[in-house]
Design a protein around this ligand. Sequence first.
Ligand SMILES: [Zn+2]
Ligand SMILES: [Zn+2]
Length: 421
Amino acid sequence: MEKIRTLRGFRDILGEDIEKFKRIESASRRYLDLLGFTEIEIPVLESTDLFARSIGDTTDIVEKEMFTFTDLGGDSVTLRPEATAGVVRAYLQSGLHAKERISKLFTIGPMFRHERPQKGRFREFHQVDVEVFGTDDPFIDAELLWMISLLLGDLGIKRYTMEVNSVGCKLCREEFRAVLVSYFETRQDRLCEDCLRRLHRNPLRIFDCKNRQCIEVSSESPLLFDYLCAGCSGHFQGFLAHMNDFGVPVTVNKRLVRGLDYYTKTVFEITSDELGAQKAFTAGGRYDNLVEEMGGPKTPAIGFAIGMERLALLAGNEEGPRKPVCFFAYLGEKAKAYLPLMAKDFIGQGMSLRYSYEGKSLKSQMRYADGLGADFVLILGDEEIERKVIIVRNMKEKDQFELPLDPPGLAAVLKERFRKE
Ligand SMILES: [Zn+2]
Ligand SMILES: [Zn+2]
């Protein structure tokens, strides 16, 4: 029979890959916890309207990349392509906005986009998603980037660029929109069909187009940055000053726009040349109007998402301090009877104990222990039981010694020994 395989762009995560994911997760959690963020879990499947309304129905994500289908009840549902929309929905639905002046939330999990699979890009991918509600102070914008720099440092990632820009507010965007439309109108013949459609509905989205000619046309367009109102310009200068205070270098990229409609003021992307053409592995920005547009009170907010697959490509296979692994090799039925006692003793002490289930010869058990990377092998047979001892072989030093056969105390003795080494 033909074997069933994962869908295109989907994959299993195991072995070294899952170890990297765990490192990224635990480092993220450490800094998020220190800075007062709390975790939230939101559904993977939501109403399609949620994403069409928040991300914007003229964006590439909503137009081309969502896993949308009609469920058995006839409702249009979508696998979340990003987390912000769902977190905003949860923030309002749970009434957090009425309980907390500032809410700092994060969620970690899979997202889904029907994109062409490429290096480090999958149709199911994972993100650490961070959102802050309740303040438009540029200090929080800087705090987020500083926190990311701590996390990257922790993971041993040094070569990256933090690109930042301001995409303004409704006020400055309105003025710019007219400038942009007239710029693109005179170059309509060079725009693709999608962009022609976007020209009057949402001209800013032309910047996201991946068509070569469209990229050429937009690369010479006027810059929103030059049309920022006094408020937005002051906000951005404040943000840059705080980045300077934190000692985290950033690069202003006036052409940086994010492919979602809801962004306002600060936007950023963290890129690495090691990732090839699509080099961003973290991205985010401020979205001061989204909560209100989703039916909530006026609430400034900012957030970002780290692409875990992309970050894993950059993070090395660093080995942290390891807990010792002990292996129990038993010979014969009498010795096997000690297995539950040994297991209870070691696991109770928070030490790892491995063993074979079939017993077999000492040679085969030693080979198994070696393959597991055991630090100590405890050997017990009839002779040792008679003498009330157990042999402890140090696999690194290749020597061995005996300890009294006393399972409720053995693990503690070995733990002490390992601590001294
Ligand atoms: Zn403005
Ligand atoms: Zn185009």
